[in-house]
Design a protein around this ligand. Structure first.
Ligand SMILES: [Zn+2]
Ligand SMILES: [Zn+2]
Length: 433
């Protein structure tokens, strides 16, 4: 499928997808394009530009200048950044700061940055009903083009539905020169698709949940261009980095088509979210989202391999409550999510016991999921993160995150299926390194 930015498509899945953003631009005229889009979108002359120190230097300053040349009054919000160890976070506090500044007669928001800046800008612009233009500064995650925001609210990794930007603009030189760990994070987030899309299909097969094959297929053409020769990313080859960025943009579109994060966020993401949540409890720093997600993807692929090898399932009911000692003050919030999932365990068991469901499911999912070695090798060759030590934690911490990840969200994933089949918790100690 050609990239349908700005189009309305009548899809084979039965839905009509309105594809935003209207444009994803990669080229060297980002500042001019940003000013142009701001003029089209804004209902007045006040622009608010959100960045952090690094992204302001990388692209924000030239965007601000172009906006001023286009007769905008520009209010710059440079989010506090305590150095590489303490980048800004997308939480209630940051949100409140940005929201407050947008209340002062703003007409358009420009988010110049990657994960956190893109999310903070999207969230605040949506709540104020303002148009958003995003200037991407790293190929680090798939959220630029999506409607979702993934903030931490009260220590819990949450999901807020907002609106995609009108346009996402990226200068390939800025993307290439971004700190390299951001690119390895983007690779991890892109590779997650193998397990997240499989989890989505699993939900379709077990519960009849909505599923759109066209959204899953969006990245098929582009994926080999960054995953077949991942060394090219480490060598900062422009074509490989451009392909990764395009793959990430398309993944965001897939989420918009699905009207949920399901095509891009499954059990592998739960491992990363749990590490993030644990950090909010004990202050131990976590790594970049996509680097943790890449490690989570290797683990989720390992689980799928073991789950799909089970010929005659002997089903057991997972625990009826979350591990209070592990979650501490986050236990009530996790319990709320987890209790919404409990009925699905019964539904899943009933379905798996019916007719040829289990055999059909095994055949279908085996065709979607990749072997863990393939994901590991891809990340290794790109000099990305593959084991606990690579994401700044020890094996015990990662093992605990794998064992508790299913308790933090209501989404049914391979982490849950592995519990039902008795693959987990036993396999966890074998696969975490
Ligand atoms: Zn569709
Ligand atoms: Zn992600």
């Amino acid at each position: 499928m050609d990239v349908p930015y700005g189009k309305t498509i009548r899809c084979g899945c039965g839905r009509i997808h309105e594809i935003e953003p209207r444009e994803v631009y990669a080229g060297d005229a980002v500042a001019r394009q940003a000013a142009q889009w701001a003029m089209w979108a804004a209902d007045g002359e006040r622009a608010v530009l959100v960045a952090d120190r690094r992204t302001y230097e990388a692209a924000g300053r030239t965007v601000a200048r172009a906006l001023q040349e286009a007769a905008f009054a520009v209010d710059e919000i440079i989010l506090s950044d305590g150095g590489p160890a303490r980048p800004p976070v997308c939480d209630e506090a940051t949100h409140a700061v940005v929201l407050d500044r947008l209340g002062e007669g703003a007409n358009v928001v420009l988010a110049v940055g990657s994960g956190v800046i893109s999310d903070v800008g999207k969230w605040a612009a949506f709540e104020r009903g303002l148009p958003l233009i995003t200037v991407a500064t790293a190929a680090s995650m798939n959220g630029y083009t999506s409607a979702n925001v993934a903030p931490t609210i009260g220590g819990l990794k949450s999901l807020v539905r907002a609106r995609p930007p009108r346009a996402v603009l990226a200068d390939p030189r800025v993307i290439r020169d971004a700190p390299y760990e951001l690119t390895t994070a983007g690779l991890g987030d892109a590779l997650a698709k193998t397990t997240s899309a499989t989890d989505w299909r699993l939900n379709h097969l077990l519960f009849g949940d909505y599923y759109c094959p066209a959204s899953v297929a969006l990245t098929d053409r582009i994926e080999p261009l960054y995953s077949d020769r991942p060394e090219a990313l480490a060598d900062r080859e422009p074509a490989a980095i451009a392909a990764l960025l395009e793959g990430l943009m398309l993944t965001g579109v897939a989420m918009t088509m699905a009207e949920s994060s399901a095509p891009a966020s499954g059990g592998e993401h739960m491992v990363s979210h749990t590490l993030d949540m644990l950090s909010s409890l004990d202050g131990h720093p976590h790594d970049l989202h996509g680097r943790q997600v890449g490690v989570g993807t290797i683990l989720a692929c390992e689980l799928y391999r073991r789950v799909l090898a089970v010929e005659s399932p002997e089903l057991r009911a997972p625990a009826g409550d979350v591990d209070e000692a592990y979650w501490g003050p986050l236990a009530p919030a996790c319990r709320k999510e987890y209790s919404r999932k409990l009925p699905r365990y019964e539904q899943a068991a009933k379905r798996i016991r019916t007719g040829s469901t289990w055999d059909d499911l095994r055949t279908e999912l085996a065709a979607m999921v990749r072997p863990p070695e393939r994901i590991r090798s891809c990340l290794e060759r790109a000099r990305g993160a593959v084991v606990a030590a690579d994401v700044g934690c020890d094996r015990v911490r990662l093992l605990a995150a794998l064992l508790h990840g299913h308790e933090a969200r209501s989404r049914f994933t391979v982490l849950d299926l592995a519990r039902m089949l008795g693959v987990m918790p036993g396999a966890a100690a074998e696969i975490v390194h």
